[in-house]
Design a protein around this ligand. Structure first.
Ligand code: FES
Length: 246
């Protein structure tokens, strides 16, 4: 039989943007420690629905740490206390029996709140759409061996491509900067031969769009790197700045 624990959840509840919000307290009594935190919220929501109350709104999709849909603050930490872990991969066994968890939405000007723990992160999509692509002639796929990519180069590009766009970097930054997100996207394409022709234009377009969307500037606090579930290095922000100088 799996161990159980009891937790107190203090959850930010807000019906809609601009409405007054506040924390609501719920007890989870003797629940399985093998539940994920999102499963615990599912369980809570079933109880709320059965009682005729509004369930807690939170985002999720894959629940495997690959889509970037999930994300909120747990006791002030983006994605919670476990390093390199998105909130959907966080299990209750990570917490102590009797612990109080304060769940809050990402808080950033560029991420307007939708409801409860859910915010609108489409600003990241617009930054990405401003330049995060490679233009190609459509038609027959070219022979793969005509574009050779070295092993280290491919691995490094893949590391940056692993950014899931969850927004934890923004939510944890005192300036609500999206620099780590943008740097990862630029470095992903900028390290590959396919990304070279639009490389300079891409850097300008994406960083200009980042500022226009209301994200702040990087001031090297490095909190973004600490909370990134994919452990993307903040060194890529320096790489991005060199890219811009070029
Ligand atoms: S739900 Fe897909 S990364 Fe968490």
């Amino acid at each position: 039989m799996s161990p159980t624990l009891s937790l107190t959840l203090r959850i930010w509840r807000q019906q809609q943007p601009g409405a007054p919000g506040g924390f609501e307290t719920h007890r989870l009594e003797q629940v399985s420690a093998d539940l994920s935190l999102l499963e615990a919220l599912d369980w809570l929501n079933e109880r709320l629905i059965a009682a005729g109350e509004r369930p807690v709104t939170f985002e999720h999709d894959c629940r495997e740490g690959i889509c970037g849909s999930c994300g909120f603050l747990i006791n002030g930490q983006a994605h919670g206390p476990q390093e390199a872990t998105s909130v959907c991969q966080l299990y209750l066994r990570r917490f102590r029996d009797g612990e109080v968890l304060v769940l809050e939405p990402w808080r950033a000007r560029a991420f307007p709140l939708l409801q409860d723990l859910s915010v609108d992160r489409s600003a990241l999509d617009r930054v990405w759409a401003a330049g995060g692509y490679c233009s190609v002639n459509t038609g027959q796929a070219p022979e793969a061996n005509t574009l050779l990519v070295g092993r280290e180069q491919a691995a490094s590009a893949f590391d940056t491509a692993s950014c899931i766009g969850c927004g934890a970097c923004v939510a944890s930054c005192r300036n609500a900067s999206a620099s780590l997100f943008v740097a990862a996207k630029l470095a992903h394409l900028g390290q590959l031969p396919q990304g070279q022709s639009e490389r300079q234009r891409r850097a300008l377009a994406m960083t200009e769009r980042m500022a226009a969307e209301g994200f702040g500037s990087c001031s090297n606090q490095l909190e973004c790197e600490a909370v990134c579930p994919k452990q993307i290095s903040a060194d890529w922000i320096s790489w991005m700045n060199r890219e811009l100088r070029r």
